[in-house]
Design a protein around this ligand. Structure first.
Ligand code: NAD
Length: 485
């Protein structure tokens, strides 16, 4: 690890520009995003257009041959130095992340630490050729070759981790990479691009900010080889459609409506302490937050009462509040969407265990909503069927295993699912029946740069991370050698 003094410091309060060919690059027009804790406008950022995209893609394409010619160890060395340089700038990045994403300090710090570790650990991954057949007559080998120019399209909820989580594997595999942040959270990405410009050869890592018209310019571009997209299922479908015109490779990490099934043999007091943060972390704005909680009827009342106490203990506050655990919803669009779901409480006569419809706007700024638990609503209610992506969730009652599996799987989503029991074998048996890209027993949040992450059904196509994710940044090549004529 290099010491902090080895890396030039970045100014985190001004000069937010695109990074193209390792240079800061401005655009004639700019835009501003909003701090969700205060609703104040943040710094100006570039509003990239077709010419900026064309320039970045052509530079990335030109950089590709030399970058892919390096060994894995050489490329890993760049990633290691990048992780060190990010770490040297971590406090500035953390302040910025708190502002742009509305994250309380614990969440912002946690995201950055995991993201830095992710870059370091990803650098240790290697893809070996697979020797399939080697006889006197012939040899068959499977190779994994980088694709070319890769683009990462990133949402606003984990702007650092999700961006770096694509950048690391993309460049390690030998691709060049362009980062397109969400218009709602472009700031950390641009500064991480500025840091990258001090580390990588020109054109290997670039960052472009813009409005909602920017993503489609990348998905349509003929010289982009691969799109790795994280966002909503609705946008994912548009991305897939757009990529079809040039047959781009793509990975889609999409929405979730994760079920968690609690058996009646658990220690309620212990389990609610774990489930609380896993359901409400980042105010419900994580793809893999627990979004439907199925509790066995024998412990339902006791569990709900204890769960309510845990959720009531979460302090809600903005980025500047060091004691806050839950921040605001990240942007006005999402705020209005989630508020619409809260407005169903009265209309549908849902039982509220804690929280409830937000009180009338009293002039207080920030997109804050009360953490809310709905007590056993009907299975076909919006709060069960839809991904809320806000601090509101249902707790549901179950009694029969087959029935709860059917209910948990009765959704187009399939990101994650968990089962909680003291009987691990029983829990694993049930978990195997759940249709999801990740299943957990007695947890819901285990993640590792070495383990692939992705969704089934409308929650995604392909996986990020681990060797599976790294191979997702490669074209597979069958290589035949005939030894005798
Ligand atoms: P979104 O789909 O609105 O936007 C995601 C990104 O796509 C943004 O950068 C946006 O500018 C860009 N975009 C928008 N339209 C585009 C188009 N037509 N072509 C190309 N790019 C386009 O998602 P969001 O609101 O930013 O994020 C919330 C969603 O992301 C939730 O559904 C959540 O579950 C999901 N998510 C999934 C994962 C995962 O790993 N599966 C992780 C985090 C978030």
């Amino acid at each position: 690890m290099g010491s902090a003094a080895d890396f030039p410091k970045i100014d985190f309060t001004s000069n937010f520009q695109n990074i193209i060919n390792n240079a800061l690059s401005s655009t004639p027009e700019t835009r501003q995003a909003v701090d969700p804790s205060t609703e104040e406008l943040l710094y100006h950022v570039p509003l990239s257009k077709q010419a900026d995209v064309d320039k970045a893609v052509s530079v990335a394409k030109a950089a590709f041959p030399a970058w892919k010619a390096l060994s894995y160890d050489e490329r890993a060395g760049y990633l290691g130095r990048y992780a060190d340089a990010i770490e040297a700038n971590v406090s500035g990045l953390q302040e910025l992340l708190m502002k742009e994403a509305g994250k309380p300090v614990s969440n912002a710090a946690g995201e950055l630490q995991f993201a830095i570790a992710h870059v370091r650990e990803t650098a240790k991954l290697r893809i070996e050729d697979d020797l399939i057949e080697d006889t006197e007559e012939r040899r068959a080998t499977v190779r994994y070759l980088p694709m070319g120019v890769g683009v990462g399209i990133i949402p606003w909820n984990y702007p650092v981790l999700l961006g770096l989580g694509k950048l690391g594997p993309a460049v390690l595999a030998g691709n060049t990479f362009i980062w397109k942040p969400s218009p709602f959270s472009p700031y950390t990405a641009l500064k991480l691009g500025e840091i990258a410009a001090q580390i990588f050869p020109p054109g290997v890592v670039q960052v472009l900010s813009g409005d909602e018209s920017l993503g489609p310019l990348f998905t349509a571009h003929p010289d982009v080889a691969k799109i790795s997209f994280t966002g909503s299922s609705a946008t994912g479908k548009k991305v897939m459609q757009a990529c079809a015109s040039t047959l781009k490779r793509l990975t889609l990490e999409l929405g979730g409506n994760d079920a968690s099934i609690i058996y009646d043999d658990v220690d309620v007091a212990q389990v609610v302490q774990k489930i609380g943060p896993m359901a409400f972390m980042h105010s419900g704005q994580i793809c893999m937050d627990i979004k439907r909680l199925y509790v066995h009827e024998k412990i339902y009342d006791e569990f709900l009462a204890a769960f309510v106490q845990v959720v009531k203990s979460f302090k809600v506050g903005g980025g500047g509040d060091p004691e806050a655990f839950l921040g605001p919803v990240q942007n006005r669009m999402q705020f209005e969407k989630v508020k619409d779901l809260y407005s169903e409480i009265g209309k549908q006569k849902w039982q509220v265990a804690t929280g409830g419809e937000p009180v009338a706007y009293d002039g207080k700024k920030g997109f804050f909503l009360p953490p809310t638990i709905i007590d056993n609503p009907p299975d076909d209610s919006r709060i069960v069927v839809e991904e809320p992506f806000g601090p509101i969730m249902p707790v549901l009652k179950w009694s029969d295993e087959d029935e709860v599996v059917r209910r948990a799987n009765n959704t187009n989503m399939g990101l994650g699912a968990s089962v909680w029991s003291n009987d691990i074998e029983k829990a694993e048996r049930l978990a195997r029946r759940l249709e999801a890209g990740s299943t957990w027993v007695n947890s819901h949040f285990e993640l590792s740069p070495y383990v692939p992450f992705g969704g089934h059904k409308w929650s995604g196509v392909g996986m990020d991370w681990g060797i599976v994710g790294l191979k997702g940044w490669c074209n597979t090549q069958a290589s035949w050698v005939r030894k005798k004529f």
